[in-house]
Design a protein around this ligand. Structure first.
Ligand code: ADP
Ligand code: MG
Length: 615
């Protein structure tokens, strides 16, 4: 090994650049953040060849005095903090004093700046961090920075750059994040002379529309929630608007775009049961809290932060969204065939969904409620149909649920009346077609319901409420029964014995691949013990990792609801149809089956009129 020596500034800056400047998009992010910190009202970004060839950021901010230009480019030089304590009350986007030094170290760099009140602008140019003398120049108030040939002197880095269009994509994402964080500032992005975005100053909602289109805006719900010094505001998408990826999740903390696994998890929790597996929620949320309650200095690019009280922030977000969803009728909007006029959201998302409510006859409702009651209890209590253990061998126990499993949203008052035109009370409540779908005239238009999905949701909620209210009942076998299982099932039973006991399944190894069952969840009492054991073990095998107790219970609820619900293909009588429709408003979310598929599609009359070219 060679003798120890101090690294030159140029090497130090290149190392620092490696941390913060990964690609052209990182340069754009740092430069635009500086412009925002400088109070700019308008920021123009222009890049060539994805930014690898050149990046130019022009702002109308406060500018840098000529004599301070060398300092702006020096590392650890900043105008934003002075003492270490300032780190805990950072109100600007930057504070590390490293970005310009890092960028200049790995590019041909030029800054021209003119502070308000100065006679003229001044220019400073560097090549790989080596500065030329400062020159006076003409130019408007504000700052223009040009970065050419990024990584020209770090060839390995340069090789890592992707195609210009990929890099341009990263740049536009960086600009979008910043543009969302400051809708009151105007932004423009130009790539190879072609305008990508021109975003005049506006509100957050319109900014979202400028960036992502008005269709998405039509599916947004406003969120507003405050808890002491924690404030949350912005928009989340109706579950009918989701994405196969989580990139449309914009969380802004004190005006800074962040990625936070725990908050993403809270978001997922809030949408639990509302989205199909593999679909992700969309959100544009702004959280504000005192700067000292969050540490932004944990990550060089400041993308990740550390909360003083992460748990509180998590529950704040979850509570805000749950409250919002409970207050919303989440209607799945019908999609018209390709080429048709884009459907307007069938129902205004904030108002009553289908015009003035009209009620069915009171008698019909009473009858339907009796039916519901009967049905719910049937799903739970009914004696097993075949080959099930005889009553004398059973004993029912109640087990307390662990707190995590009980944490579910409260149920709203079941007072929403079933909406149907009373004048049509004598007609069938809906028309069943293909023994699968119910077609229904509503005051706003037309609704098509998936009979299985709807019934499954209603039963699922009824079962869930029972579990949440009373704990999970277990069925104890007076004489333990041997059950043959696969080697994998035996292994899962041994590994997750504690979890299984919590849902009421008690098994003991009985030599070879045999388990001795002494109790199982009462909600599975329709099943033979062997089938109940397979049913509980199945999700453990497919999970691939230790599931949460809540997820396991949820799986079982899904399975029961699915088994008990009317099938896709079952013919229904008019009375059964009426009962099913009357029950739907007793479910908290009757628009999605427990797997998140929609239970109903809605077509407004206007959509139909449009399709038939009547307007
Ligand atoms: P930081 O933003 O962390 O302070 P930078 O290296 O990004 O560090 O910038 C160094 C300093 O240069 C800033 O503190 C600021 O005073 C000045 N500066 C950089 N860009 C601009 C700009 N666009 N307008 C005005 N001042 C700027
Ligand atoms: Mg900065």
């Amino acid at each position: 090994m060679a003798a120890i020596q101090r690294l030159s500034t140029s090497v130090v800056n290149k190392i620092a650049a490696g941390e913060v400047i990964e690609r052209p998009a990182s340069v754009v992010k740092e430069l635009v953040e500086n412009s925002l910190d400088a109070g700019a009202r308008r920021i123009d970004v222009a890049i060539e060849e994805g930014g690898a060839q050149s990046i130019r950021v022009v702002d109308d901010g406060c500018g840098v005095p000529a004599e301070e230009l060398p300092l702006a480019l020096a590392s650890h030089a900043t105008s934003k903090i002075t003492v270490a304590d300032d780190l805990f009350r950072v109100a600007t986007l930057g504070f590390r004093g490293e970005a310009l030094a890092s960028i200049a170290a790995v590019s041909r760099f030029r800054i021209r700046s003119r502070p308000r009140g100065a006679e003229a602008a001044a220019v400073l140019e560097t090549v790989g961090g080596e500065a030329a003398p400062i020159e006076p120049a003409a130019g408007p108030v504000g700052t223009t920075i040009e970065v050419r040939d990024l990584f020209f002197n770090t060839p390995v880095r340069r090789k890592f750059l992707r195609t210009p269009s990929t890099e341009a994509g990263h740049v536009s994402e960086a600009v979008a994040r910043l543009a969302l964080s400051r809708p009151e500032v105007g932004f423009a992005l130009v790539h190879n002379g072609r305008q990508v975005w021109d975003l005049p100053p506006t509100t957050l909602l319109e900014r979202i529309g400028q960036l992502f289109g008005s269709e998405l805006v039509g599916g947004l719900l406003a969120v507003e929630h405050r808890d002491g010094d924690l404030a949350l505001g912005g928009y989340v998408a109706n579950p009918s608007h989701s994405r196969p990826h989580n990139r449309l999740q914009y969380l802004l903390l004190n005006g800074r775009f962040i990625r936070d696994r725990s908050l993403q998890h809270a978001l997922g929790e809030a949408y639990r049961g509302l989205l199909l597996t593999g679909r992700h929620p969309i959100c544009f949320l702004r959280m504000d809290m005192p700067p000292e309650s969050v540490d932004v200095n944990v990550h060089p690019t400041k993308l990740e932060v550390r909360f003083q009280d992460g748990g509180r922030v998590y529950s704040h977000l979850l509570a805000a969204l749950r409250t919002r969803f409970l207050a919303t009728d989440l209607v799945a909007v019908g999609r018209l065939p390709e080429g048709a006029a884009t459907p307007r959201a069938a129902a205004p998302l904030d108002g009553p969904p289908t015009g003035p409510p009209t009620g069915p006859s009171a008698e019909l409702v009473r009858w339907a409620q009796r039916e519901l009651h009967r049905e719910q209890h049937a799903a739970w209590d009914e004696a097993p149909p075949t080959a099930a253990p005889a009553e004398s061998r059973l004993e029912v126990h109640r087990v307390e649920l662990p707190p995590a499993a009980r944490d579910a949203p409260p149920r709203p008052p079941a007072d929403a009346p079933h909406r149907r035109d009373a004048a049509h009370g004598h007609r069938p409540a809906a028309l069943q077609i293909h023994n699968r779908y119910l077609v229904l005239e509503t005051s706003a238009g037309l609704e098509i319901i998936d009979q299985h999905a709807l019934h499954e949701r209603i039963l699922y909620e009824a079962l869930r409420d029972r579990v949440l209210a009373g704990g999970l009942e277990t069925q104890r076998l007076l004489a333990p029964e041997p059950v043959e299982v696969s080697a994998a099932e035996a292994a899962a039973a041994a590994e997750y014995g504690d979890l299984l006991r919590q849902v009421g399944l008690e098994v003991a190894p009985f030599g070879g691949e045999t388990l001795l069952v002494s109790s199982y969840p009462a909600m599975l009492r329709r099943l033979r013990p062997a089938d109940a054991v397979h049913a509980v073990l199945e999700p453990l095998l497919s999970a691939g990792r230790r599931p949460q107790i809540r997820d396991l219970i949820d799986e079982l609820l899904h399975m029961m609801a699915c088994k008990a619900a009317v099938k896709y293909g079952d013919p229904l009588t008019d009375e059964e149809i009426a009962a099913l429709l009357a029950q739907r408003h007793l479910a908290q979310d009757h628009h999605h089956c427990p797997h998140g598929r929609p239970t109903a599609l809605v077509f407004t009359r206007e959509q139909l009129d449009r399709q038939f070219k009547r307007i």
